[in-house]
Design a protein around this ligand. Structure first.
Ligand code: FES
Length: 78
């Protein structure tokens, strides 16, 4: 399933990312960290960036995808 409003790797909704931003997350990395995981495939990054844009007053320059840590297959969800 390809849901543009969900991180399908972790089943995280766009509202979960909004909540992370409301809790102070200010870039892609801190959004995932606030929720307790790391991006896997990065397919949801554009959606996360759109959420960050909603909170642009607090958003800092967004990292490039190359700089975003990606969980390895052996990493456990935190
Ligand atoms: S869809 Fe979010 S990391 Fe894969």
């Amino acid at each position: 399933m390809n849901d543009r409003n969900t991180c399908t790797c972790h089943n995280i909704s766009i509202d979960d990312f909004r909540s992370a931003c409301q809790s102070g997350a200010h870039n892609v990395k801190t959004c995932f960290k606030t929720i307790g995981c790391l991006p896997k495939c990065n397919n949801c990054i554009p959606m996360v960036r759109s959420v960050l844009a909603e909170f642009s007053e607090r958003a800092l320059p967004v990292q490039t995808e190359a700089a975003i840590p990606v969980a390895t297959s052996n990493a456990s969800h935190q």
